[in-house]
Design a protein around this ligand. Structure first.
Ligand code: ATP
Length: 215
């Protein structure tokens, strides 16, 4: 899946946050989005997901203009977002959390998809019956990634996946994300610096005060 953003301007409460953002994600590519806290990474990902409307500019997915297409329709196309805060439902089990987007989006082959996800992350299968609140922060990140992979078959937006993750688990997370490339998925991955993403990405962009430049 390709993603093409041109001249995107996004404001929140009339304050301009993203300015003339232009970037491209070729099919099957892994693209880094590097910027400090508050630079606009989350705002850009939410805009790509259709959770925030832009003032002007276009967002094309597979060449089709998605600028005014609502978020749930983008999700149905296989676009998915892993928020920085994990937002798991603490009382539900790991497996129930992963299946949430399948229920919400009426995904029919959820069982096969779940198997594929467990194949990618066998450790998640191991703790699938535990409640989310019983997991460590790093394990929760893995589950959040697993959940994003349920609807996200074609384009995956990972918002600071390594943030606050201990070294051992971040190495594991790196392996899993690298695996996604073999699956032909297009991925946008944000980080505050390029410590973890440097070895993963095909290209990267820097974002500073809402302005994006190719790095
Ligand atoms: N709901 C909101 N209301 C007002 N301002 C907001 C809102 N959301 C984001 N902003 C502002 O937009 C700018 C970009 O925020 P954003 O969360 O996109 O940055 P970020 O690069 O993802 O950083 P972080 O890693 O801290 O989340 C910041 O200046 C922030 O204060």
């Amino acid at each position: 899946m390709t993603l093409e953003i041109r001249g995107l301007n996004v404001s929140i409460d009339r304050i301009p946050i993203l300015r003339e953002v232009t970037m491209a994600v070729p099919a099957g590519a892994m693209v880094g989005l590097i910027g400090r806290n508050g630079a606009g990474k989350t705002t850009l990902m939410r805009s790509i997901m259709g959770l925030l409307a832009g003032d002007s500019g276009t967002i094309r997915i597979d060449g089709e203009d998605m600028t005014n297409v609502p978020g749930y329709k983008r999700a149905a196309l296989g676009v998915s977002y892993m928020p920085e805060d994990r937002r798991l439902i603490p009382e539900l089990t790991v497996e129930e959390n992963i299946l949430m987007p399948a229920w919400a989006n009426g995904i029919r082959d959820a069982a096969e998809r779940l198997d594929w996800i467990y194949g990618l992350m066998p450790e998640v299968r191991e703790f699938r019956d535990r409640r989310a609140l019983q997991l460590s922060g790093g394990q929760q990140k893995l589950v959040a990634l697993a959940r994003a992979l349920m609807p996200g078959r074609r384009l995956l937006l990972l918002d600071e996946p390594f943030e606050g993750v201990a070294p051992v688990l971040s190495r594991r997370l790196t392996e899993v994300i690298a695996e996604l490339r073999n699956e032909g998925m297009s991925v946008v991955l944000s980080e505050s610096d390029d410590v973890h993403s440097a070895d993963l990405v095909d290209r990267s962009y820097r974002i500073e005060r809402g302005v994006v430049e190719a790095a």
